[in-house]
Design a protein around this ligand. Structure first.
Ligand code: GAR
Length: 191
């Protein structure tokens, strides 16, 4: 039986696309049952629909400051669909402890740095400014602290002379698209 996963996005969703493409392999241990976004305008939602996957926007704005209420609304939708595992893929909202606890051990994230370096935003700019020789991406379990959960996998790329945050981001992104499906396959095969 394939694990029923939800993929959370906030924007273009290229990591979501990599996961969905990987999940087309008959032996991939997961099927994507829904793509969730807090932003109804997220470009990735349209692509998910084009693939025959349900695209669900749960706009955070009507919930105002009540982040937990927003997450409870999402959680209800996930449970209604029998979702068993969550992959955060460019989901740009900090989760409340409530959602993290609900999905502990069943929710992972991809972050564009070699954690524990550069938690949070502007990771590529910070790596270049620090004079680092390499950058990369990390897959980790989601825990209460932002970008602090136990590491699952990392991929490294060199930082080259003349790199800008954009050129470095593109190099890292190529690795993200390879690493995330591989990590999901690995985790779910063992679960
Ligand atoms: C990716 O680089 C991902 O690692 C990063 O946002 C980008 C989303 O791109 N995630 C974070 O920064 C999470 N804090 P995508 O929408 O094309 O997958």
């Amino acid at each position: 039986m394939k694990t029923r996963i939800a993929i959370f996005i906030s924007g273009r969703g290229s990591n979501m696309m990599a996961l969905v493409e990987a999940a087309k392999a008959p032996d991939f241990p997961a099927e994507c049952v829904v793509v969730v976004s807090n932003d109804p305008a997220a470009a990735g939602l349209e692509w998910a629909t084009s693939q025959g996957i349900e695209a669900l926007a749960v706009d955070h704005r009507p919930f105002g400051k009540d982040r937990e209420a927003h997450e409870r609304a999402i959680d209800t939708e996930l449970r209604a669909r029998g979702v068993e595992f969550i992959c955060l893929a460019g989901y740009m909202r900090i989760l409340t402890p409530w959602l993290v606890t609900q999905w502990e051990g069943r929710m992972i994230n991809i972050h564009p740095s070699l954690l524990p370096k550069y938690k949070g935003l502007h990771t590529h700019e910070r790596a270049i400014d620090a004079g680092d020789a390499e950058a990369g991406c990390s897959i980790h379990w989601v825990s209460a602290g932002v970008d602090e959960g136990a590491l699952i996998a990392q991929a490294r790329v060199p930082i080259l002379e003349g790199d800008t945050p954009d050129t470095l981001a593109a190099r890292v992104l190529t690795e993200e698209h390879r690493l995330y499906p591989a990590a999901v396959r690995d985790i779910l095969t063992k679960m």
